[in-house]
Ligand binder design. Structure first.
Ligand code: NAD
Length: 485
């Protein structure tokens, strides 16, 4: 084992879980056993909630301008340790070092946004009648939880940590059991930045902890990011216990490519979107709808895909099951009559035979009812469907139950607007393959890509992590007492 066994982080200390059960943490890059992650129990979660509850008494009443001082220091530490943190992300998740560095840079941007929250939560006050004031303030919820997936070991946790704690909450995070190491490092950085004990806690484990979070009466709100299957479970269970919940799910993002699209730029964007982070992004392009004759662009997409080399500029997928699942999708599409233009099956990287790599794969002549067209594959695979009109392409996109992102590639502004207005997705790109809004804009999909109201990052997150206190105050309008008389 390369690293010490993972521990929970409760009340500012690393502590062992109350059970002996563990799972190995394996690097997808080469199969190295990195560590072991404990499968904590509901008892461990309860200890974290108790510590967070105590910390909340002080943290909630610490002025926000003081709270964000911790985040200024945390941001500095993220920057100082960026290379080391990125190396850990790459090791446990399998993405390339370049992608891991970009992930950490995004963590810095997310933290910078949180440091600006004092400017955004000033509330309102108005004299509504003579001597009577109405006032609204954003106040924290209490102890909140964040449940995160494997694909961004550092970024997705940082979607929630800085905003939730800047806004005065105390947090318990449940990392993905596949990539628990990065969150442990973030806990250390927050402590080093001066975060008081108990404000941030980590409880490792699997669905036992997720269920315990949803059920625990001491937790006021639950944010979840992961697959739609689990997002549904968490949303139903947390709201059943009257908790506020925002549950982000999976995706099947469509790119609409029109004949007037700039060929080189489009091909580069499509290839990068489908293969970046080995296709394991909820914003990855996974389906492309070719409108009319765009054969010249498809040829260039294949040329671009062939430049993407596993083990060099393409990372590994998370584990063997994932590699098998992705390859099965490709084989099934082929058997159903689709044409494999670039084939990433049976990929190995010399010297890293235990790594789990899938090469970039371009599948043409896919029919909308095939599994590769409908389901989230979460690998470096693009399925191309062909239509004659933009309306048919939009109909394919909208028939999909997900609604995270969609993009259109065209030089026609009117056509781009037409697609923006009609695509049923929360985040739309025009000539952009991965249309992630940058801070201060919010991130969040629609339909089965998100359950709950509002978005998880940016300004919209303020509504999720706070509640409004409304006070009506009356003073004697004739005041002017002379205290000396
Ligand atoms: P996952 O749903 O398997 O796991 C997410 C979390 O839920 C993990 O912490 C896991 O321990 C827990 N979990 C797993 N099964 C559970 C169960 N049955 N009951 C309760 N908890 C359970 O997701 P993943 O494989 O880690 O991540 C990939 C998925 O996340 C993809 O579908 C991807 O699209 C999605 N994702 C979505 C977004 C978004 O913004 N919409 C962002 C990142 C990832």
């Amino acid at each position: 084992m390369k690293y010490a066994p993972v521990q929970n982080f409760i009340n500012g200390q690393f502590v062992d879980a109350s059970t002996d059960q563990t799972l190995p943490v394996i690097s997808p890059l080469d199969g190295t056993v990195l560590s072991a992650v404990p499968m904590s129990s509901a008892k461990d979660l309860d200890a974290a909630v108790r510590s967070a509850k105590i910390a909340f008494q002080k943290w909630a009443h610490t002025p926000i301008k003081e709270r964000v001082q911790v985040l200024f220091r945390y941001r500095h530490l993220l920057e100082k340790d960026l290379q080391e943190l990125a190396a850990l992300v790459s090791e446990e998740n399998g993405k390339t070092m370049g992608e891991a560095v970009a992930e950490l840079e995004k963590c810095i941007e997310l933290t910078e946004f949180a440091t600006s929250l004092p400017q955004l939560v000033t509330g309102e006050v108005l004299e509504v009648s003579k001597g009577v004031e109405c006032r609204t303030e954003h106040v924290p919820l209490g102890v909140v939880a964040s449940i995160v997936p494997f694909n961004f070991p550092s970024m997705v946790p940082n979607w929630t940590i800085p905003n939730a704690i800047a806004l005065g909450n105390c947090m318990i995070i449940k990392p993905s059991e596949k990539v628990p190491l990065s969150v442990g490092r973030l806990a250390l950085l927050l402590k080093e930045a001066g975060l008081p004990d108990g404000v941030f806690n980590v409880v490792n484990g699997d669905s036992t902890i997720v269920n315990a979070i949803c059920d625990h009466p001491g937790i006021a709100a639950v944010s979840f990011v992961g697959s739609t299957k689990v997002a549904r479970i968490v949303y139903q269970r947390a709201t059943h216990h009257y908790k506020r919940c925002l549950a982000l799910g999976g995706a099947k993002n469509h790119l609409l490519v029109l004949p007037d699209a700039k060929a080189d730029m489009t091909a580069q964007n499509v290839a990068a979107s489908m293969s970046g982070c080995a296709g394991q992004r909820c914003m990855a392009a996974s389906a492309m709808v070719a409108v009319g004759n765009v054969d010249h662009i498809i040829q260039k997409i294949c040329d671009e895909a062939k430049k993407i080399v596993p083990g060099q500029n393409l990372g590994a997928v998370i584990n063997k099951e994932s590699k098998e699942r992705i390859e099965h999708y490709i084989t099934e599409a082929e058997a159903q009559g689709a044409k494999i233009l670039v084939d990433g099956r049976h990929t190995t990287v010399a010297g890293k035979e235990q790594g789990t790599y899938v090469g970039p794969t371009v599948i043409d002549y896919v029919k909308p009812d095939m599994a590769v067209a409908k389901e989230e594959i979460f690998g470096p695979v693009i399925s191309i469907m062909r239509t004659n009109t933009v309306d048919e392409a939009i109909a394919i996109e909208n028939a999909n139950p997900y609604g995270n992102a969609a993009s259109v590639f065209t030089q026609n502004g009117g056509m781009a607007r037409y697609v923006i207005d009609r695509a049923s997705a929360g985040m739309i790109g025009v000539n952009v393959g991965v249309p992630v809004p940058r801070e201060p804009f919010s991130f969040g999909g629609w339909n089965e890509s998100k359950f709950g109201v509002g978005d998880i990052t940016g300004k919209s997150s303020i509504e999720f992590w706070t509640k409004l206190k409304k006070s009506t105050v009356k003073w004697n309008p004739e005041a002017g007492i002379n205290w000396m008389s």
